[in-house]
Structure formats: C-alpha cells, structure tokens
Design a protein around this ligand. Structure first.
Ligand SMILES: [Mg+2]
Length: 298
C-alpha cells in the first residue's frame, strides 16, 4: 500500500491510525467496527450492478472474474448495486457467485451489510445499515399507498407484487405507457425512473443507486478513486455519472451510453457483462495484477 493511500486511510472516520500492513488494520476480534475497518483498507472495491453486468457476459468471463475476486478477497471489496430486493440477494448467495460485503439494493433504497450465519452455512442475510437508511425512510415518508393509488390502472404500468419498503415499482410497456405518470410522481414529491424499457420505478426524491453508493463509501471510509462502478442500464446512470472510475459494459442500453457520451473518465467496454468489468479493471489500472479475460488452457 502506498504512503498516499495510508494517508487517505488515516483521514477516514473509521480508522484512527496509519499502520504499515493492510492486514494489521483489522481491529481486535469482536470489535463492532471490525468489518468496516477491514473493508476500508482494501486496495480495490468493485461496486457493480447485477443483471446484465456482474451476472452477464460469457460463462468464461464470469468464471474468470469470480475466481479472481475469490483469490484476492483480502484486497478486493465487493458491493452489489442493484434493483433486486433482499430476498433475491440472499438466494443468490447460495449459488456460485462471490458473496458481497455490502449491498445497495432496491435501486438505492436499501443500504445493507451482507452477513453470514454460523448456524446456517452458506446462508447470507441482508442487514440494513440504519444510520444510512434513516434518511431514505424520512424522504419516502410512507408514500407507497399514495403512489399506488395515484397510478392505479395507469396505462402501460403493471404493479410489481413485491412489498418494497421505500419504493414502488411497475413493469412498464413503452407501447401503451401514458407519460403523464412522470408528472404524477413528481407532484407526489418523488422521482420516476424508467430503465431497460421494462421498469418504471418510483423512488424517494434524490435517492437512487449513485447517491446511495456514495453515502455507503463515505460511511465505510472507502476512497472513491479505489472504487469501480459498473452497470448496463439507465438505472445505473446515477452511479456511472459520479466522480468515480466507471464502466458501461458492452451490452449497455443505448440510452445509457448516450447520456454518458461526454464523460471522459468512463470506460466504454467492448466485452459484455463480467467481461466488461475485467476489461475495465485492467484498462483503468485499478489493481496491480488484474484478472485476465477469457481464461485459456495452459
Ligand atoms: Mg443491469
């Protein structure tokens, strides 16, 4: 770790001293801040969307990325930043995908730590970080019933059955959609978000993936320049348009690439999904031994 990084590290709220080795930054066993402090000391943090991004691309690229993360777990932090809800995330962790340390779920309206139970091996639990979610709950102000009533039967919108905590989400049909829904949501005081031509989300005003990721990084003391944000659709715009290294993977929604056309610091990947992330880690110099795309037989 360079002196510069140690200096930045010592400026964070979760560490109080600069120490020579990453591993010795860990506080004593059982300290409530143990996991946060370990996380802030990692060399690189991947903050990635799931569908079409971390879970997308060829099987060979996914395997190369997942194996590289597992092999470098002491140095590489993982945050899933997704529209998916906690139930999906807990189920996903039973499979072959690396476990995230933290999750920004529900399109930015859940901010949580991923905990793993000693009693139930392989079972992760999404544990919301109350200090960060308080603000989201306050902005939302239990708007769910108001939003559902105002958009009941609205052309082109079909309510998703999941009872989300701080959002209301619809499946969206661009053919029959009546755009007056956008103004209806704004009048209620919240933000509409259309992405991938299939989702219409109503989010607490000012809350989305990007702002929630930034708040989590600040809370954890992770320097933004050590983070790579990765995504593929318009619900990723707010995190790819921040002042952090970012990649739009090769299969990105055209509207996303268009909105980011002036962003010099964005890596526009050729490869799809996980392959685009592999490409960006190397291209942006985010790790001294980046993963190689498409492993070939030795
Ligand atoms: Mg996606």
């Amino acid at each position: 770790m360079s002196g510069e990084n140690l200096q930045k590290k010592s400026d964070t709220p979760l560490t109080d001293e600069a120490l020579p080795e990453v591993k010795t930054l860990n506080p004593p066993e059982g300290s409530p801040s143990a996991e946060h402090r370990d996380f802030a000391a990692r060399r690189f943090v991947l903050a990635t969307d799931l569908d079409g991004t971390f879970l997308g691309g060829s099987e060979a690229d996914r395997r190369a990325l997942y194996e590289w993360i597992d092999a470098n777990r002491d140095e590489v932090g993982l945050i899933f930043v997704t529209g998916r809800d906690p139930e999906f995330l807990e189920e996903l962790c039973r499979g072959p995908v690396p476990w995230p340390d933290y999750v920004v779920g529900d399109v930015g309206t859940t901010i949580a730590r991923m905990e793993f139970s000693d009693d139930e091996p392989g079972q992760g639990r999404v544990k919301p970080i109350e200090a960060l979610e308080e603000q989201i709950a306050a902005i939302w102000d239990d708007a769910g019933p108001r939003v559902r009533e105002a958009l009941d039967g609205h052309p082109g919108l079909t309510l998703q059955p999941t009872p989300f905590r701080y959002r209301v989400s619809y499946d969206y049909d661009p053919e029959t959609f009546d755009p007056s829904a956008i103004e209806i949501v704004r009048e209620i005081g919240h933000d509409p978000l259309i992405s991938a031509d299939i989702f219409f989300d109503v989010l607490p005003r000012g809350v989305s993936k990007g702002p929630s990721l930034l708040r989590l990084l600040a809370f954890l003391g992770v320097p933004e320049h050590k983070t790579l944000a990765a995504g593929d659709t318009l619900n990723d715009l707010s995190m790819l348009d921040m002042d952090v290294p970012a990649v739009a993977v090769g299969n990105s929604e055209p509207g996303l690439v268009q909105r980011l056309r002036d962003r010099d610091t964005l890596h526009r990947a050729q490869a799809h999904g996980a392959g685009g992330i592999l490409e960006a880690i190397a291209a942006l110099g985010l790790h001294p031994s980046p993963p190689s795309p498409r492993k070939t037989a030795a």
